[in-house]
Structures are given as structure tokens and as C-alpha cells.
Design a binder for this molecule. Structure first.
Ligand code: SF4
Ligand code: SF4
Length: 429
């Protein structure tokens, strides 16, 4: 057994209000230099939506992550032909159109324009070319808060039943926020893709970094990462990515996104894991088993034998204490309410998510039904489809999602009942 410590994060999606404070504070800290304008190490996606870069989960086009071939892990975009193609034109890489052409506004014009009848307008100006743009075509969060509403307008020009159609479709709409950073995976495809060995996973805390000296700008990492969380700096011609605010972590501080998060949705914690089990855990045949198999790599930080072995292998005392006080361990392993994003990418991601609860679609007619017992099965009527959450967090296993939602609902009912004095009071709230 090779014991390693890993910093990790759980994001509690029920608490995210989509304010983007995390993205802005991260940008001000890390990507406010020339060449990084379009980079959002942290971004917040409105779901269902196309995300950033656009349609990053489209695995037919972006061939990131790992696949199984004859029982062995292989990079999806790792073939010799693909590598050759990448040198000239990387067909699997998200490009400027997929991210966006960053722009600013002509603020000078707003300030210095002569007096006129109409208000002056600041025209959008490309931050890449410095030229004015007719109108920006695309940007992250372009479809913010549309809740899938793009799809309710029928393509059929016959508008006879428009109202009925819209109300039927509106019933099906739902919305949630998904903040994303690099997953600092246990089996990082970015590291495996880099021909220069510039990407590496730190031994002491598992943070995945790019050695700026060693990077030769091949960009294999950009297409290798299935989460599309590596970016290319057009000014330095090097790859850059979220570094889990490692200088802050080293100083015992949380990441900037966590510290500034308005909804307090982010929990940082240490996990101890067995590095010898990583490849095996990523190689299970059935994708739906990947979540359970990832759990099998984590070690119990309360087991004295594990701790003794960890000390023997040189894991520092602070990390051991961190693992024993880890909210991530509690949510992922003890309570089993946090789940990995897209486990089917087989990278064993280390930013996990508590799925959001959502309002029920059918009103409960009889108030007496609103007891604890009746409320819990109501997870099946929640607005966000369990299938959708399963496609994000459990490679399609709805059973796991349902179990988590039940636990969260039961806890919510319990806490409300407790804070309001008794469960009857909750009935009338
Ligand atoms: Fe690498 Fe981060 Fe992508 Fe994982 S999410 S493959 S660690 S860049
Ligand atoms: Fe969500 Fe927190 Fe980011 Fe606001 S700051 S969008 S609440 S993760």
C-alpha cells in the first residue's frame, strides 16, 4: 500500500446561487495577465446549458480522458495519428470559438463622447485583436439562467398551439448551477498526455501543476483533459490551469474561490488514498461501477493502523490531522452524499458534488400527507430529473442519486422540524 495525501473539495450545489463571485475573484488573482483573458480557472455553468468551453461534454468531438481497451486504460485521444494531427491541427482541442473571443468595451467613448441627444454606447472591442466587434457571438454564461428555455420555442412555424406547447415545455424546464475547477484527478489524463512531462501531480498534496519552464506548448493536455480545464496562454505559449491556489494551501489558507464563495458551498479537505489502487479503480469495466470503485481507493483516517503506516511512509502530521477533520471524507465516505463529476472519464476526479434538491412538480393536495414519511418519497417528483443528475455524477446510475436525494430531503425535514419546534410547525411553513 502506497499512502498519499490529496487536497480535495466538495461543492454543495444546493447552496450555489450562481453569483460568479468565485470566478471573478479567481480571475483577479490568477488570470488577469495578457494571454489569459479568456481563461476561467473557475467557471460557473448554468445547467442544462452548453457550458464552457461550449459542449465540453461532447465526447464524440472532444476525445479527452481515458477509455478501456482490452482491459487496459488508454488515452482516448492518445493514438499515434492523433498525436501527429495534434502537432499541426489538434482536432479534439477546444478552440477560440468554443471558449470565446474575449472582449472589453470602449469605455473612453463613454467618457469623452460629445454631448448628444442619445446616450453614448461603448462598442465591444476584441481583447485579442484590439479591433471593434460588430457584436460578440458567444461567451461563457451566454445561456445563463435560460434553464433549457432555448428549447421551448418550437421550430415549427405553425404557431397555433404555441401557448399549450410552451406551457407543456415550461413544466419540463429546470435549472441548477455547476461551478467547475480543475479536478486535480488521481489519474490525470492531462499529465499522461503531455509529451514534455511538464504537467505533474505533486507528491505531497496531489495538486496538478504545469511546469512553465518545461512546457513546450504542444497542447496535448488541452484535448487530453476531459473536463477541459487546461488553457493555452497565447502570450507565453504555455499551458496554464487551476493550481488549487497552492501558495495559499501551503500557508494554511483556503483557495480564493472557497474563501470568497457567497453561498459557502465549498468544503476543502484532505483525503488519504492508496496510490497502488488507482489504476485498478479506474479500470472497472462497467462505467456505472466507477463511483463505487473510486470509493475503494480512499483510506479510513480514523484507523490507527492506517495512520501508523501513513506516518511510517512520511505523510506529514498536519495532513494526517487534516484527513481526520476532513469534511470531504465525511460527505464522500461516511454520509455518501457527495459524488464525483463524470466518473466515466476514468480520471478519478477529486472535486465532488452534493446534488441539488429542487421543488416538487406535483402539489401535495392533502396537507396531512406532508409528514416526514410522505415527504421523503417525494424526491421522485423533484423538478430536476434524477436521470440528469445521474448523467453528471454517477455515469447514469439513478439509484445512487435517489439515495442521496432521500438523505438530503430527510435531513432538511429533520432540521426544519427541529428549528421550528416540531414537525407540525413545518407543515404550515
Ligand atoms: Fe488534469 Fe485537472 Fe483535467 Fe484532471 S481535471 S485531467 S487534473 S486538468
Ligand atoms: Fe456559487 Fe459560491 Fe461561486 Fe457564488 S461564489 S457562484 S455561490 S460557488
Amino acid at each position: 500500500m502506497r499512502i498519499k495525501a490529496q487536497v480535495s473539495m466538495v461543492m454543495h450545489l444546493d447552496k450555489c446561487i450562481g453569483c460568479h463571485t468565485c470566478s471573478v475573484t479567481c480571475k483577479n488573482t490568477w488570470t488577469n495577465r495578457p494571454g489569459t483573458e479568456y481563461m476561467w480557472f473557475n467557471n460557473v455553468e448554468t445547467r442544462p446549458g452548453v457550458g464552457y468551453p461550449r459542449e465540453w461534454e461532447n465526447r464524440d468531438r472532444f476525445k479527452g480522458g481515458w477509455t478501456l481497451k482490452n482491459g487496459k486504460l488508454k488515452l482516448r485521444a492518445g493514438g499515434a495519428l492523433n498525436k501527429l494531427a495534434n502537432i499541426f491541427y489538434n482536432p479534439n482541442m477546444a478552440n477560440t470559438e468554443d471558449f470565446y473571443e474575449p472582449w472589453t468595451y470602449d469605455f473612453d467613448h463613454l467618457i469623452h463622447s460629445p454631448k448628444s441627444k442619445n446616450l453614448p454606447v461603448g462598442r465591444p472591442k476584441s481583447m485579442l485583436t484590439g479591433k471593434f466587434m460588430d457584436k460578440p457571438e458567444w461567451g461563457p454564461n451566454w445561456d445563463d439562467d435560460l434553464a433549457g428555455g432555448r428549447e421551448i420555442v418550437p421550430h415549427d412555424p405553425n404557431l397555433q398551439n404555441l401557448q399549450e406547447h410552451i406551457s407543456m415545455e415550461l413544466e419540463k424546464t429546470f435549472m441548477m448551477y455547476l461551478p467547475r475547477i480543475c479536478e486535480h484527478c488521481l489519474n490525470p489524463a492531462c499529465v499522461a498526455s503531455c509529451p514534455s512531462g511538464a504537467l505533474y501531480k505533486r507528491d505531497e498534496d496531489g495538486i496538478v501543476l504545469v511546469d512553465q519552464e518545461a512546457c513546450r506548448g504542444w497542447r496535448f493536455c488541452m484535448s487530453g483533459c476531459p473536463y477541459h480545464k487546461v488553457y493555452y496562454n497565447w502570450n507565453t505559449h504555455k499551458a496554464e490551469k487551476c493550481n488549487f491556489c497552492y501558495p495559499r494551501i501551503e500557508a494554511g489558507l483556503p483557495t480564493v474561490c472557497s474563501e470568497t464563495c457567497v453561498g459557502r458551498i465549498r468544503y476543502i479537505g484532505v483525503m488519504l488514498y492508496d496510490a497502488d489502487k488507482v489504476k485498478e479503480a479506474a479500470s472497472v469495466t462497467d462505467e456505472k461501477e466507477l463511483y463505487e470503485s473510486q470509493l475503494s481507493v480512499f483510506l479510513n483516517p480514523y484507523d490507527p493502523e492506517i495512520i501508523e503506516e501513513a506516518r511510517r511512509q512520511g505523510i506529514n502530521e498536519q495532513w494526517i490531522q487534516g484527513a481526520q477533520n476532513s469534511p470531504v471524507y465525511k460527505m464522500a465516505m461516511e454520509w455518501k452524499i457527495a459524488l464525483p463529476l463524470h466518473p466515466e472519464y476514468r480520471t478519478l476526479p477529486m472535486v465532488w458534488y452534493v446534488p441539488p434538491l429542487s421543488p416538487m412538480m406535483n402539489h401535495i393536495q392533502n396537507e396531512d400527507e406532508l409528514s416526514t414519511d410522505a415527504y421523503i418519497p417525494a424526491v421522485d417528483q423533484m423538478r430536476i430529473p434524477q436521470e440528469y443528475l445521474a448523467s453528471l455524477l454517477t455515469a447514469g446510475d439513478v439509484k445512487v442519486i435517489r439515495k442521496v436525494l432521500m438523505k438530503l430531503t430527510a435531513m432538511r425535514v429533520h432540521m426544519r422540524g427541529k428549528s421550528l419546534g416540531d414537525i407540525d410547525a413545518f407543515k404550515h411553513s
